[in-house]
Structures are given as C-alpha cells and as structure tokens.
Design a protein around this ligand. Structure first.
Ligand SMILES: [Zn+2]
Length: 277
C-alpha cells in the first residue's frame, strides 16, 4: 500500500534540520568535512550492495573459492587483505567482490568471435530465452545427440548456446551451437512462430533443486550482453522459458534467480544495429 503524499505542512523532522544548515554560519572547513563524510558513507553503502560474504569450508582453497565466484584469486586476496601465500583457514569469513572490471564478465575469445562472425540479419531475433537442462550433468554433444535421435530434430541441439556447470562441461563454459553459427530457428519453445524469433540459451543443471553456479550466471550475463550488441536487443528481450510458455513449463526452475538476473541486465546499453561485422 502506498503512503499518502502530504500536501501542505512539510514533515517537521526534515525541514528544521535543513534550515539550520542554511541559516547558521559554519566554517568552510567544517562544511567540507561534512560533505566528505556524507560522500564516503554513500560510497560505502553502494559498494556493500554488490558484495557478499563467504565462510571458508574444509577443502576450500582461495583459488577454488575465486573460481566458484567467477573472479581471480588475486582480486579476492586483495579485497580481503590476504598475504602472498593466499592461505585461508576453515571458518574464515571472506568478502567476495563483485562489479565492473570483473574477469568473469568477459567472454572467451572464441565465443565472441562466433557471435561476431554469424550473419545476423537486422530484426532477426526478438527474444533471448533462458532454459535449464533439468539434469545436473550435460554436454553440447550429449544434448545434440538427444535432440537429433530421441526428439527427431534434424538440426540437432535445440538451443543456440549451452552453459556448463562443471559436470560434463566446465563451470561457466559456453558451447556455441550450430543453430547460432548458421542462424537457424531454435527448437526450444512451444511453437514454430516463437522458434523463428527466439534465441535459446540452456544452462546445465536442475534449478528446481538448486541455483545455477555463480560462474554460470556471470557467463550468462556476459553472453546475453554480447547478444544485445550483436542483435540490437535490450534487457526487455530476455525471458525465461516459463515467461514465454506460461502454461507448459516451469523451466528454468524455481531456484533460477529470475528477478535478480533480469535486474542485473538493466544497465546494459543496446546498440541499434545488426549487420555484418
Ligand atoms: Zn526450457
């Protein structure tokens, strides 16, 4: 429920504080310090929003923790003031940094090249649809065989891209399907007319039981943003399978962080062209 907007009297707690600052003479040094403090508090708040905590468990290494969160060990060590030997102990609390400049938001060279080289016609794609595979192990080859032999799809792999979870494919590894390189319709949503305009990305895993890995999400974001640029799309083009075929599926599962992921895309700037590189 919304609070009513006040008209007439201004809230007394706010107005007098403001007028004190306005009407009382304060030495310029004191004002400068106050501004600096306010700026520092605001900056700290914004930094804190993007970070998360992690408690070190038995068998963890700094390299392993960094890889799991899609960042470099050096960055993790620097954020936590760790010494050069990168030693961590069980129960130690670490801050996991996140934000621009993260290595995990970069696409591997061959994936970027495959995106750039495909002959994308202007207006060819309207949506980017996210799926899960529903099983915790998977490869491009295995899915391609399944779609070809069991589902009798002559173009094989129904998706344009697959992102591994560390079981079968690497964690966050992106497989580029021939439906992308040859710019073929997908085979991943309910109708032929939807498959004509929907790019499909499948993340390996069963997200009815658990979340995708942080590395999968980071690479999904990097892939989607590269497709925005290549296909002239923006964040509103990204849908889950469930959002496209509401009655038929729960894909990509109840633990896929739909809201959080879509919100993270909002800063992406689309380029309104889709022509040959
Ligand atoms: Zn699906």
């Amino acid at each position: 429920m919304r609070a009513p907007v006040s008209s007439g009297n201004r809230p007394s707690a706010f107005q007098p504080a403001c007028s004190v600052i306005q009407s009382t003479w304060i030495p310029w040094r004191a004002r400068a310090i106050a501004w600096l403090l306010a700026w520092m508090i605001t900056a700290t708040m914004f930094t804190a929003v993007a970070e998360q905590n992690y408690t070190v468990r038995r068998g963890d290494t700094l390299y392993g923790i960094a890889r799991k969160h899609g960042i470099t060990a050096a960055r993790l060590a620097a954020r936590n003031g760790l010494s050069k030997n990168y030693y961590v102990r069980i129960g130690q609390r670490l801050v996991i940094p996140e934000g621009p400049g993260d290595a995990s938001t970069q696409l591997p060279f061959f994936v970027q090249r495959a995106i750039d080289r495909a002959e994308v016609k202007a207006g060819r794609w309207k949506h980017i649809v996210i799926h899960h595979s529903g099983v915790d192990t998977g490869t491009v080859k295995g899915m391609d065989r399944y779609h070809r032999e069991e589902r009798h799809m002559e173009n094989g792999l129904a998706y344009h891209f697959v992102i591994g979870n560390g079981h079968g494919m690497g964690d966050g590894e992106i497989g580029v399907g021939s439906r992308w390189t040859r710019q073929l319709d997908g085979g991943h949503v309910a109708s032929a007319s939807q498959n004509k305009v929907c790019l499909g990305i499948c993340l390996v895993g069963n997200f009815d039981r658990h979340e995708p890995t942080p590395r999968q999400l980071a690479q999904l974001k990097a892939l989607v943003q590269a497709l925005f640029r290549r296909c002239g799309l923006s964040a509103s083009a990204v849908k889950t399978h469930q959002q496209i075929n509401v009655l038929f599926t729960r894909c990509p599962g109840q633990h896929f962080p739909t809201k959080r992921f879509l919100a993270s895309l909002e800063s992406a700037e689309p380029r309104r062209t889709a022509s040959k590189p």
